[in-house]
Design a protein around this ligand. Structure first.
Ligand code: ZN
Ligand code: ZN
Length: 188
């Protein structure tokens, strides 16, 4: 797959943000500035200083936009959503090798707010995925009691469950059963 390391990290960040959103099974976990700060530390997002309620509201809005891309019925719909998101973030690609990291591209403008940072870099990562024809790797967990987002990076795009503890176990059980079935079928 034509997905480089930076894109992969940005996608992980998109997924992490999406999974703070509430659904019928889990509460919203991005409800105050402290939770936003924890999210930023967890995802090692650079260049963020002070955070306030405005940032929180803006990031929650970006979270909704990402959710729409995940829910888009087709590539064209997703492309329009990504274009709008990236344009509104004032994207300006910049080569950088800050903090000892190798050369990589920041899509967010220097001094961008954290919401614009997420929209620009996450939006571009989704754009690369779309260009690579890999948009179907954006998934929601198939477990009936789980709706978590994840990126399926498996070779044959066969992953159905997220890697949370319960669903990850389910995945292992399913893989185990499949192996057993296979060896049973291969028996003479
Ligand atoms: Zn960087
Ligand atoms: Zn799950």
């Amino acid at each position: 797959m034509l997905i480089n390391h930076d894109t992969r990290c940005a996608l992980d960040c998109v997924v992490d943000l999406l999974n703070t959103a509430p659904d019928e099974h889990t509460p919203d976990t991005l409800t105050d500035v402290d939770a936003l700060r924890a999210f930023i530390v967890r995802n090692t997002i650079s260049g963020v200083d002070a955070l306030d309620e405005t940032d929180l509201a803006a990031v929650r809005n970006v979270r909704e936009r990402f959710g729409e891309v995940f829910a888009a019925p087709d590539e064209r719909g997703a492309a329009e959503l990504v274009n709008t998101l990236v344009a509104s973030a004032g994207t300006t690609p910049q080569l950088t090798d800050h903090d000892g990291y190798d050369w990589h591209i920041h899509y967010f403008a220097p001094g961008a707010s954290v919401a614009d940072h997420l929209a620009a870099d996450g939006g571009m990562a989704l754009a690369f995925l779309l260009v690579a024809g890999e948009l179907e790797r954006l998934r929601r967990c198939a477990a009936p009691d789980c709706h978590r987002a994840f990126i399926d990076l498996s070779r044959n795009r066969s992953r159905r469950y997220c890697d949370s503890r319960t669903c990850g176990n389910r995945l292992h059980v399913a893989a185990y059963r499949a192996r057993q079935r296979e060896s049973a079928e291969n028996r003479p």
